[in-house]
Ligand binder design. Structure first.
Ligand code: ACO
Length: 329
């Protein structure tokens, strides 16, 4: 039998001070798409749970979305911009090949100190970024880390490929992770995995050293689906065990919003009630590394997640990369 979780055992190195998010103005519904390509609202809804997505305007860059989410996260954290000493942006759709989108956001915030960089782990990027931020904080190399997931996937979609273009949307979310000022809450544990043998299951067919193009998303959907349910449920099981937690203690799961059926099947496999799974895919679609902070911000703004509750964040994406993070809010 698994041991019961004890608060005393947990040494939190970083906690969430605040969260923020940003969605572009333009909404594109499934019916809008069905006027341009051979698809239907019914197909998209039943296969994925998606009803609509937000799409950035032509003049918006990734850094514009990330900056807006960052500003709100800092405001909700009740700290000054100058208190931020590290910015990490998880993204697969940066403004430029280099420099990082994180340095662009640093400049937009008017921040002249600290350091900033991007993380590339496709849809798992936000979990990777949390892990990195938590480590910098626990090593005392940073105190207040702005962790951003920001994506403009609409720019890397083939809008004639109905098997991929209906799945994604644009948006950004951000949190401020801080050294443990709020006692007895924060990141309990983050587990990261990757397996490059599955590189070709989900990738973009362009790149600097391959063909000097930005390319389009290519995906073997069925295989990704199968890996997602198996890898995410295993990852959460292992992490709970490692942290002496039992499933009943989980108050909420925030999955990467790739497909509602993946989220439901993962919950079923884990034996966790579906009511504990927070879902925004119906409104936002798959926003890759932005989907977890967007959903977290929604849940916090609606006061669905309360202080002291146990929340599991989990994601899988191209690489394949996957991982989960358990936290006490
Ligand atoms: N509208 C209508 N029909 C469609 C569409 C569409 N938009 N897309 C595909 N179809 C058709 C196919 O052509 C096929 O027709 P056929 O039977 O005549 O050949 C039929 O629908 C079934 O297609 P499948 O691909 O088998 O459909 P499936 O049930 O597997 O659903 C989906 C596809 C939704 C993509 C699913 O496989 C999935 O969600 N996979 C996982 C996606 C994911 O998790 N991505 C990870 C994160 S993304 C990232 O990291 C960047």
């Amino acid at each position: 039998m698994q041991k019961k979780y004890s608060n005393k055992r947990i040494k939190f190195s970083s906690c969430i001070l605040g969260c923020g998010s940003y969605l572009p103005k333009k909404i594109v519904t499934n019916n809008d798409l069905s006027k341009k390509i051979d698809t239907s609202d019914e197909w998209i809804k039943t296969r994925t749970g998606i009803k609509q997505r937000y799409i950035a305007s032509k003049n918006q860059l990734n850094s514009d979305l990330g900056f807006q989410a960052a500003r709100k996260a800092i405001k909700n954290s009740k700290i000054k911009i100058s208190d931020i000493d590290l910015i990490i942006v998880a993204t697969s759709t940066p403004d430029h090949t280099f420099p990082s989108t994180a340095t662009k956001i640093q400049a937009k915030l008017g921040l002249k100190k600290g350091f900033a960089f991007d993380v590339q782990a496709a849809c798992s990027g936000f979990i990777y970024a949390i892990s990195i931020a938590d480590n910098y904080i626990s090593n005392k190399q940073a105190k207040n880390v702005l962790v951003i997931g920001s994506e403009i996937f609409s720019r890397i979609l083939d809008w004639n490929d109905r098997s991929t273009c209906v799945l994604f949307g644009d948006g950004a979310g951000a949190i401020v992770l801080s050294d443990n000022k709020k006692k007895n809450s924060g990141i309990i544990s983050t587990e990261l995995y990757s397996d490059g043998r599955f590189y070709d299951l989900l990738y973009v067919n362009g790149g600097v050293s391959s063909n000097q193009k930005s390319g389009h998303v290519k995906m073997k959907g069925k295989e990704v689906f199968r890996h997602a349910v198996e890898k995410l449920s295993n990852c959460i099981e292992l992490s709970l065990k490692k942290n002496n937690l039992v499933k009943d203690q989980i108050d909420w799961i925030i999955p990467h919003q790739a497909n509602k059926r993946i989220m439901d099947m993962t919950a079923n496999k884990l034996g966790i009630p579906r009511e504990k799974i927070l879902i925004t895919i119906d409104r936002y679609a798959n926003t890759s590394s932005a989907s977890i902070p967007l959903t977290l911000d929604y849940a916090l703004s609606k006061k669905i997640i309360k202080r002291g509750q146990i929340v599991v964040l989990e994601a899988i994406g191209g690489g394949l990369t996957w991982g989960c993070s358990i936290l006490k809010y």
